[in-house]
Design a protein around this ligand. Sequence first.
Ligand code: SF4
Length: 475
Amino acid sequence: MTKITSENYTSVAKQALKDQVLQKALADLQHRFGIGTALAYQSLPEGPELRFKAHDIRMQAIENLDIILETFAGNVRKNGGHVFFARDAREAVDYCLKVAARHGVQRVVKGKSMVTEEIGLNDRLIDAGIDVAETDLGEYIIQLANEHPSHIIAPAIHKTRNEIGELFSEKLDIPFITDPPELTQAARKALREKFLAADMGTSGCNLACAETGHIAVLSNEGNIRMSTTLPRVHMVFMGMERIVARLEDHEVLIRLLCRAAAAQTMSTYVSYLGGPRYAGQADGPEEFHVVVLDNGRSRMLADADFREMLCCIRCAACLNVCPVYGKIGGHSYGFAYSGPVGAVVTPLLVGINRAKDLCQGETLCGACQDQCPVNIDIPRMLLALRAKLAEGDPDWGVTPVNRIEALMFNIWSWLLRHRPVYDLAIKIAGLGQRLLPQKNGMLRRLPPPMSGWTRGRDIKPISAESFIRRWRKGL
Ligand code: SF4
């Protein structure tokens, strides 16, 4: 299992806020892709409303996942491939290691995949003595730097070209260069050798199709085609939700995905993988495997509050407009998924208490839903998670995070329902506030447990006359 550091959200976020290079990179990213995606939706013949149709397609798939996955597995097998349903990360990686051992695999090339980040595939392969090479340029940089991605689509967004130049110089033993095309050429040269020597290729899955048994994988660099066709064995890792029933559903979703992920009309490469090479075919793997990963998704499926999150197609559009992600960056979230999608998915996958800060850190501004290509109501689910943290939930194993806060809100709720007591409490508070420090007619500091509200701002004092009384007097 990959290392999870969601507990360190606050301290990592504080560091990120002080990092000027990161702040500029995040601002540039959000400016480019945030605006770009909104404009790209406008250019759709159906307009941004196509997102609502996409939501229906995805929800229909999620609600019929059992039948769809069974159909998909049947068709992959008919095409000559193998399908393995993994209950958790360990099962998924064990299966991969077993296949690798059977084929004497020593070198693996990987196409970009967040699911393999989720299950910590690289570490386990390396522990087994297998050489693993990420082949997406951003992922390759991150791997050389021994770091984790900070964005779902642009994993090395936090790195400057100088840093990459130094990294390449040290790890690839080349002169220090900073020109992006030259850096790309250096990576290309190093990776070409990896592709040609690899025994196994792995990839993620942007969207599977049940009726044909195919996997669609999108890329702009061409590395996916090399990873999926050159090695003898290919293994796809897909979250069990990344599927729709029909090929015609792909037409809607892929057009939206390209716009959402990179403000493009279409990715440079859209590859469909459907099994091993057949007799007479020039390229393609001799053996083709699909690992369908659950790892907590069934639990989300079973909960009506969170089922909708399984519609996500991991495009990262919500990251590109999120005011919180735009300041704290991806590493603060401490898991494979960051931004608004991470703030919902991570607690559900790794434990709501464990990753409690993620959902509490978001602003509920709603920009994520407006930008989401499948119109997922992320703010609603952030609130549902907060409700669980406030009240506890034995089904999800959640214990209330702050019993004092819960008690305060219960008292507040009781007061609001008992008018005379409320009036008396406000009168006492109005008198009590005279003892607090004030400046320019504002309260400078509230006493604990409300002191957090005045840590960074002043607050208006309670009015001498209540609204109700003024209303009765005709204002
Ligand atoms: S929640 Fe929506 S916008 Fe965010 S990654 Fe998923 S599909 Fe994309």
